[in-house]
Design a protein around this ligand. Sequence first.
Ligand code: UDP
Ligand code: MG
Length: 313
Amino acid sequence: MKLSLVVPCYNEESNIALMYDAVKADFKDVTFDYEMVFVNDGSKDGTLGELKKLLSGDVPVKIVNFSRNFGKESAMYAGLKESEGEYVTIIDADLQQRPSIALEMVSMLDSDPDTDCVACYQEQRSESKLVVFLKENFYKIINKFADTEFVSGASDFRTFRRPMVNAIVEMGEYFRFSKGLFSWVGFNTKFIPYKADERATGESKWSVRKLFSYAFGGIIAFTTAPLKIATALGAVSGLFSVIWLIAKLIALFFGVPFTAAGWLIFLVTLLGGAILVCLGILGEYLARIYIQTKGRPIYIAKNVFKNFGSEDK
Ligand code: UDP
Ligand code: MG
């Protein structure tokens, strides 16, 4: 098998057939074998039914059917794990990413043996100004603190060679931040610009709140900088109180009495705030360690369907 297309799907019933047809149309002249690995990430609509219809087609199709919604990160992981191709492309189900670009990525890999991955990045973002602003600053912050490089605008729409896929699948961490993992495993990645199309149908699953929590997860997963910020914050407020004490002692020496109830309240709240911030940050790391030590799986597949019969898990 030359190429696997991994398609994470969450509530995409109206896009599945469109996506499949678009792939078949764009791939009609290819001379190599390809398969499509759909991951049904606990969709609540008719996505599974639409996917099962594809099993009667002539393209090898595999459906990994999750027991609930585990999120796109888990869906991508499952797809990579279940794929069999020498090359693997991750592509969204909503047709924002044209399958013809996957073919361009394949020919780039074919013509350049030194490249292990071709990744698309968005030169121009079509999102709201607020989201673009937040995303750009997120990349600035994370690149400042993390050892791993994060490319601004880089998408999950990419094509890997098998050894890189295997390396990513071997990273069994529960809190996945794929853009970081893709970069952490090393290998040579070439970035090409692309313009994301409008969603064919349906709505994006990302809200500003979800993006925030995703960005925070990325920072926590790839840097321990927040812990250092906590320490710095504690040090600064500690230093401040020492200076304050010295100043008050000097003032006392010149006859100014300690009449600083207001100051005291200020200090107490300042220190209390700093301590709580530190505790909160520690708690975030601790919570992740706690969950990781439970060794929970990244996803649970209820069943896997293939054109050639189904296997129950
Ligand atoms: N997706 C998923 N699980 C989720 C959320 C999204 O598998 O919990 C899939 C979704 O079906 C789509 C892809 O991830 O194929 C990208 O999602 P979306 O289009 O909502 O994101 P955007 O393009 O707006 O970044
Ligand atoms: Mg989309």
